[in-house]
Design a protein around this ligand. Structure first.
Ligand code: Q0T
Length: 355
């Protein structure tokens, strides 16, 4: 896998946008979709809507020319109101989730920052991706992306998504470490004894998960199970592409003092060409765990400190100290919101070299 040289921006134009905290609106694991919208109109006006369990999501914004069809914990999906239905708008909100709850308040600027990071990675990954670029669309007319959400919107080609979350782990932590502790293996891959939480693996492992329907938790699966789900050829292509992207991204991050611990990719099939296409957001701190290398390798620090990730660790730590995980989580104080934003911004700056 080669990463495209930094100067090359051929897949999009906003790889290095300047980031400023935006207007207030809105794990390193997968995002569980919560519930489809019940229609285009009410979503924008309603009092917010409940998912299957506990939290109430803020209503997604109404976008001219677009119909809201779906919301996950942190992103909202739209389709063109009057066609063509071959496009999809993925809007990154400023919402933050932890311990399976969407928290209040949102983190101003988060959606734009993660979108910029995802775009930056897309432009460096030498595989077809789902982003729609200006003029390659032939006769079809795609609705405009409204100006006020452009910095956190991805205009994408609508794909047939494969029901496999393509997780790659270069280190063992989270659900992967938990499974290893129970069984000595992750997704059927046996690992040497004695690995501790957060240890780097000798070689990255591909640990797919099944995308559970609506509200259920994704389930780690074996490679063989992924073959049953998508067929032998596609399963192998998903695994090979995931490992190649991970390895290249891990090496690039390492040059910038950042450890890419693990990440999740999603792929689809382009119905026009049949080709495998990289979709979703890529290598953001919502889909990945990043660690600060100088902290990770600091022998003076505790394991917890060393694994403090470039994502929601500040939020998780504050919640763990101020909430018993029963009922609704308390609102985050302003200081936690701004420190979390700073952390996201620092990751973006380190990786991309932006100020
Ligand atoms: C998708 C067809 O974004 C998601 O959930 C948030 C509510 C995950 N997801 C992505 C798709 C994509 C993309 N990305 C695409 N290009 N074509 N579907 C569906 N869910």
């Amino acid at each position: 896998m080669t990463l495209i040289p930094p100067a090359d921006n051929r897949t999009h134009t906003n790889g290095n946008v300047e980031i400023t905290p935006g207007k207030s609106e809105g794990e390193a694991r997968s995002e569980t979709p919560l519930r489809p919208s019940s229609g285009s109109g009410e979503a924008a006006d309603g009092p917010g809507w409940k998912n299957g369990r506990v939290s109430t999501l803020p209503s997604p914004p109404r976008l001219t020319g677009w119909k809201h069809i779906y919301s996950g914990k942190v992103r909202d999906l739209y389709v063109p109101e009057n066609g063509p239905d071959s496009y999809l708008l993925v809007l990154a909100s400023n919402r933050v989730s932890a311990f399976d709850h969407v928290l209040e308040p949102p983190i101003p600027g988060k959606g734009a920052l993660l979108t910029a990071l995802s775009n930056w990675w897309f432009s460096r990954i030498d595989l077809p991706n789902h982003l729609v670029v200006g003029t390659d669309e032939g006769a079809e007319s795609v609705p405009e992306v409204p100006e006020d959400v452009r910095d956190r919107a991805m205009l994408t080609r609508r794909l047939e998504m494969y029901p496999v979350e393509c997780v790659v782990r270069g280190a063992l932590t989270g659900s992967g470490f938990a499974e290893y502790e129970r069984t000595g293996a992750v997704c059927g891959i046996e690992l040497p004894a004695g690995i501790e939480d957060g240890d780097l693996l000798d070689a990255p492992v591909y640990t797919p998960a099944y995308k559970a329907p609506l509200g259920e938790h994704d389930e780690n699966i074996s490679y063989e199970k992924s073959v049953e789900l998508v067929g032998e050829q596609v399963a192998a292509a998903l695994r090979d592409a995931s490992l190649r992207i991970f390895t290249a991204a891990r090496d690039l991050a390492a040059e910038r003092g950042v450890i890419l611990a693990d990440t999740k990719f999603e792929f689809g099939r382009d119905p026009r060409t049949g080709e495998l296409v990289l979709a979703d957001e890529v290598l953001t701190s919502d889909s990945s765990r990043y660690w600060d290398a100088s902290v990770y390798f600091d022998a003076e620090k505790s394991r917890g400190e060393r694994l403090a990730s470039f994502d929601k660790q500040i939020v998780r730590d504050w919640l763990a100290a101020h909430w018993d995980k029963q009922g609704e989580p308390p609102a985050l104080p302003d200081e936690i919101v701004s420190r979390t934003y700073d952390r996201y911004r620092e990751l973006h700056a380190r990786l991309t070299g932006a100020a």
